[in-house]
Design a binder for this molecule. Structure first.
Ligand SMILES: NC(=O)c1ccc[n+]([C@@H]2O[C@H](COP(=O)([O-])OP(=O)(O)OC[C@H]3O[C@@H](n4cnc5c(N)ncnc54)[C@H](OP(=O)(O)O)[C@@H]3O)[C@@H](O)[C@H]2O)c1
Length: 277
């Protein structure tokens, strides 16, 4: 992402480690611990999380599984929304809420400094337009205080990214994007030109994994799975894309990592690109 922040392009998204609907504890905490340890054992150096997952529980499981963290491992977290009693994700971007969220992440992850904090702005379906100067300035202040090394943004549009960059540098943008949901194509290219990482969430389709005959036929021809092809497509889409697929299964984790080794031909890419045209 930047000079002091080198990560594997294949990372791991920890959201699926909490209970159903990312709320409460997982059915099998030991299994959640095992998958994190397996991800790191397989060489992954980028874990995406948020203290809102659980809430708090996913970060506590990461700490239980991996603390003290290897120097190579970078944990990227998000602030800007909390959970309500019904499991909703209300925004929480007032200065005191952001400060509290950073301290909660530090405590639950067992860290003195967070490697990367994304300000999460919009909802799952897309950005919510409007100024983000006030909350981003709060994070820039927390960065100056030494609690955060690098800043990023999530669920944002191009105007919000430009506004944030006028306040402090960003190293990554995390938005909804995958083979079948390509609203950020132009944004990805412009971030690539600036050397900023783009980290698609829902890379496999999220709660409803991608389904497409074209995807299946490419996977069959390459003797692999549709999910591996979907991830390989993202890696070939642009060099600034970093992956954080989520899974609660070690078998799926291995399958997803194998996707990073696939090379798709021009014909495969043309076929896959036609899924959205
Ligand atoms: N910034 C944001 O607002 C935001 C929003 C959502 C997510 N995120 C981040 O993005 C990460 C990725 O998103 P996500 O986990 O929701 O979605 P995802 O990676 O697109 O898909 C996860 C789903 O795919 C399934 N899956 C994973 N690998 C599979 C495989 N090889 N074969 C079949 N099914 C497979 C998982 O089920 P199994 O458990 O059964 O494998 C799970 O249901 C999250 O972990 C989180 O860190 C950020």
């Amino acid at each position: 992402m930047t000079e002091d922040l080198t990560v594997t392009r294949m990372g791991y998204g920890a959201m699926q480690l909490a209970g159903p609907y990312v709320f409460g504890p997982p059915a099998d905490r030991n299994a959640a611990v095992s998958i994190l340890r397996e991800a790191v054992a397989l060489g992954i150096t980028h874990i995406d999380t948020a203290d809102a997952y659980g809430p708090h529980i996913t970060n506590q499981i990461i700490k239980e599984a991996l603390h003290p963290y290897p120097d190579s491992l970078h944990i990227v977290t998000k602030v800007g929304s909390v959970r309500d009693a019904e499991g909703g994700w209300p925004p929480a971007r007032a200065p005191h809420q952001l400060r509290q969220a950073v301290h909660d992440n530090l405590k639950n992850l067992g860290l003195d400094t967070l490697d990367v904090v994304n300000l999460r702005v919009g909802g799952l379906q897309g950005p919510t337009p409007g100024s983000i100067a006030e909350p981003f300035t709060v994070l820039a202040q927390l960065q100056r205080e030494g609690l955060i090394k690098h800043l990023g943004l999530s669920n944002v549009n191009a105007e919000q990214i430009a506004e944030a960059q006028s306040i402090a540098p960003i190293v990554c943008v995390q938005n909804f994007y995958n083979l079948a949901h390509r609203g950020d194509d132009d944004l990805i290219d412009s971030l690539a030109a600036q050397g900023i990482a783009y980290v698609p969430f829902f890379p496999l389709g999220g709660f409803s994994p991608l389904q497409s005959d074209k995807l299946r036929s490419v996977a069959t021809r390459l003797n692999t799975t549709p999910m591996a092809v979907a991830l390989a497509w993202l890696l070939q889409r642009s060099p600034n894309i970093l992956l954080i697929p989520g899974t609660s299964s070690v078998a799926h984790l291995r399958e997803n990592i194998s996707g990073a080794t696939l090379t798709l031909s021009e014909d495969d890419l043309t076929n896959l690109n036609s899924i959205v045209s």
